[in-house]
Design a protein around this ligand. Structure first.
Ligand code: PLP
Length: 394
């Protein structure tokens, strides 16, 4: 069977590959603590599940919805962003998709011509680059020299090409958990506007902010920046709804309309039952979402000092959002006598029975990503195992 040459260039998702390896070991009966996962470990709050069951039982979830989502869900998205960020969007500026992952996929399909470039400040989430490739574009990894490895205008100036169309800003960031401050975002936004570059703001972790830090969405920093931005978010991380597959994009009505046309030929509408569940999530009581956020904060405060103090683990800044730690482990790898971070990660899995992801998946191969979307008990156990592993190998 013939396979497209372009598609053959796409790498499988390293995070999903690690998850699969881990699950295979667990299936064999090995007691692995899985810190490789990128999803909350809670089940979806009861009122959201109840809304979905009602939608099934009443029959309203039986049918196609408009391809870009139910009008009442689009309105709920606008209302929530108005409440949380104080910015105004109208339903014609919203498209609902099968998860934020497909929102991003659709954006690259719609904005890129073959051979055009997208700037990805390092470290960046594994799927951006492959989605750009699938749209025929070039992913340009941008080395970052700002505070806590955040991208600066000087970094962007050094990376821009004549065919740069877009820039992805992800805050809070997967994998580092760092948040861009308003002044940093304003400088980046003004630069993008001046160069007529589309900003893709991936705000999927915007409700997982810890220890009094503040989240600013780039779209709040002026009308010109807002008009140049496609804002991506969804319900997966805030409401523990990864399995429901609801994400969305907010942006200018013309681009959203074209995305709608493409989506109508690709997926059609996202599952109706999930859309009714998302309406309940966005319009309902936020108590359970807030409780999950508080649990992540508590886990971060428990595990960060321990992981940061491991020999050869370099993690000077405490993450401020999302649910990941991204230490530089170059020294730890050397101390333990491994040739590469990947060998270190493999040994952590097979000998210490702790699953983490190599930083290579995020274009920073000297790092590893540990997810703290796991119970405190498991996190502490994982720390003990890594510590023992280090003692045994040094
Ligand atoms: N963006 C980032 C940075 C993510 O980490 C993820 C999920 O892991 C997504 C987008 C996609 O989320 P979903 O497709 O579940 O809405």
């Amino acid at each position: 069977m013939s396979i497209s040459k372009d598609v053959l260039k796409v790498q499988p998702s390293a995070t999903l590959a690690m998850s699969a390896k881990t699950k295979a070991l667990i299936a064999k009966g090995v007691d692995v603590i899985n810190l490789s996962i990128g999803e909350p470990d809670f089940t979806t709050p009861e009122p959201i599940k109840r809304a979905a069951i009602d939608a099934i039982e009443s029959g309203k979830a039986s049918f196609y919805t408009p391809a870009g989502g139910l009008p009442e869900l689009k309105q709920a998205i606008c209302d929530r962003i108005q409440l949380e960020d104080g910015v105004t969007y109208t339903p014609d500026q919203v498209i609902v998709t099968d998860g934020a992952k497909f929102s991003l996929f659709l954006i690259f399909q719609v904005i890129l011509n073959a051979g055009e470039d997208v700037l990805l400040p390092e470290p960046f989430w594994v799927s951006y680059a492959e989605q750009v490739h699938l749209a025929g574009g070039n992913a340009i990894a941008v080395p970052t020299t700002g505070k806590d490895h955040k991208v600066t205008v000087a970094d962007l100036e050094a990376a821009i090409t004549p065919t740069t169309q877009a820039l992805v800003i992800n805050s809070p960031q997967n994998p580092s958990g760092l948040i861009y401050e308003a002044a940093e975002l304003k400088a980046i936004g003004d630069w993008a506007v001046a160069h007529d570059i589309t900003i893709i703001a991936d705000d999927i972790y915007s409700n997982l902010i810890f220890n009094g830090h503040e989240f600013t969405s780039i779209v709040t920093l002026g009308e010109a920046i807002k008009q140049h931005t496609l804002l991506v978010s969804g319900v997966s991380k805030t409401y523990s709804m990864t399995g429901w597959r609801i994400g969305y994009v907010l942006g200018d009505a013309k681009t959203i309309k074209i995305m709608n046309t493409v989506a109508s030929h690709a997926t059609g509408n996202p599952a109706a039952v999930s859309q009714y569940a998302a309406i309940a999530a966005l319009t309902g009581d936020q108590k359970e979402a807030q409780a999950m956020r508080a649990a992540f904060e508590d886990r971060l405060n428990t595990i960060y000092p321990k992981i940061a103090a491991l020999p050869g683990f370099d993690l000077p800044t405490k993450p401020q959002g999302a649910f990941y730690l991204f230490p530089n482990v170059k020294k730890a790898v050397q101390l333990c006598g491994f040739a590469s971070t990947e060998d270190f990660v493999e040994a952590l899995l097979t000998q210490a029975h702790v699953a983490v992801v190599s930083g290579k998946a995020f274009s920073q191969p000297d790092h590893i990503r540990l997810s703290y979307a796991n119970s405190k008990e498991n996190l502490l156990k994982a720390y003990e195992r890594i510590n023992q592993f280090m003692q045994d190998h040094m």
